[in-house]
Ligand binder design. Structure first.
Ligand code: GLA
Length: 353
């Protein structure tokens, strides 16, 4: 046990490969500079106190058997419970959370929080870190079971395995991670906030109406498509067969299959230093997410249009959809909209000090 441990975990931007993670597909995210910091102080008692600085809120629960509760309190309660269920002997602590990724922005504030909580809790108990892919799976389980968002492993792996100046080619079938140099030269990747907040744990507003189903609904549509096609995951699905499915399932499967192809093409374009081609692939990904996966909104479309007006070679929605940020690739000399933020591929989660 140590007195104090401080852990930082980054958010992420997904360059391409959206809604492929829970379909055993491919993605190409990178960790960003912005993230969540958790400062853990050992208390010597059997309680955990959580102070969320940005929310101006607190929580307190017994270390051994926290009750379940929804909302932000589910994160720390879930992480504490699941780490102990895997045999990590945690100690009572006061956890102070602060962050630089706005919740609901599509830049993975949730994964950054989960990961920073894990690293801080393990370190303050003097415990060594388990394998980082296993830790990503534990964090994802908390998001699924404790927070109610049926998300995959994309965000947690990006946060835990991020590398400076690299994107990560993740193959979710075998969970292999390969760093891909992201050499941008005088080009820039920027995010622009659509101003619309999203929540993966509940229904989200779609482009045509007030109560179009959200992230969890897309996930269950993919499961239904697998069942109809007789495959274990959409990674094994075939486009010709998928076309025979009833709508909207045919469109959903088409997105997933073509998005996996776009990830491979982006890896090749980066290896060839062809950033114009990367821009085209970002545009194609956005069109597929808008038309086939149907997770865009008018506010997102306006943000994409603003990036294109600023000269972006490509622009697309990132993350779960139904709001949040859009990503644009700007050529040298282009001036981004004033509120756009330059995103830099950065190292993964680590202890501070
Ligand atoms: C959210 C989820 C991820 C992934 C993306 C879409 O960020 O947390 O698991 O599914 O949406 O690619």
């Amino acid at each position: 046990m140590t007195e104090t441990a401080i852990a930082f975990a980054p958010g992420r931007v997904n360059l391409i490969g959206e809604h492929t993670d829970y379909n055993q597909g491919l993605a190409l995210p990178f960790a960003i500079r912005e993230g969540v910091t958790v400062r853990a102080q050992a208390t010597g008692n059997a309680h955990v106190t959580v102070i969320a600085r940005d929310l101006d809120a607190e929580d307190s629960f017994p270390l051994r058997a926290p009750d379940r509760t929804r909302g932000w309190r589910g994160f720390a309660r879930g992480i504490v419970t699941e780490l102990q269920a895997q045999g990590h002997n945690l100690v009572g602590a006061e956890l102070e959370i602060s962050g630089t990724v706005p919740p609901g922005s599509g830049l993975s504030s949730s994964a950054a929080l989960e990961v920073a909580l894990c690293l801080a809790l393990l370190a303050v108990a003097g415990l060594s870190e388990p394998d980082r892919i296993d830790l990503a799976a534990l964090c994802s389980k908390v998001e699924n079971d404790w927070v109610g968002a049926q998300t995959g492993l994309l965000d947690q792996i990006a946060s835990l395995r991020g590398e400076a100046n690299c994107a990560l080619r993740i193959d979710f079938r075998d969970r292999s991670v390969d760093p891909v140099p992201l050499d941008l030269g005088d080009y820039a990747l920027v995010t622009l906030d659509s101003g619309e907040r999203h929540a993966n744990a509940g229904p989200s507003r779609g482009r045509d109406g007030p109560e179009e189903p959200g992230y969890n609904q897309r996930r269950s549509e993919c499961a239904r498509a697998c069942e109809a096609l007789g495959v274990a995951s959409l990674r094994e699905a075939d486009l010709a067969q998928a076309r025979k499915l009833p709508e909207p399932l045919a469109r959903r499967v088409k997105h997933v299959i073509t998005e996996n192809e776009r990830v491979e093409r982006t890896v090749s374009a980066l290896a060839a230093g062809d950033l114009d081609r990367v821009g085209e692939l970002l545009d194609a990904s956005h069109a597929s997410l808008r038309d086939d996966y149907e997770i865009s909104t008018p506010a997102v479309e306006r943000a994409v249009a603003r990036l294109r007006d600023a000269g972006a070679l490509g622009a697309r929605i990132v993350g779960g959809g139904f709001g949040g940020n859009v990503l644009g690739l700007l050529p040298p000399g282009a001036t981004p909209p004033p509120e756009a933020i330059s995103v830099i591929p950065s190292p993964g989660a680590h202890l501070v000090g």
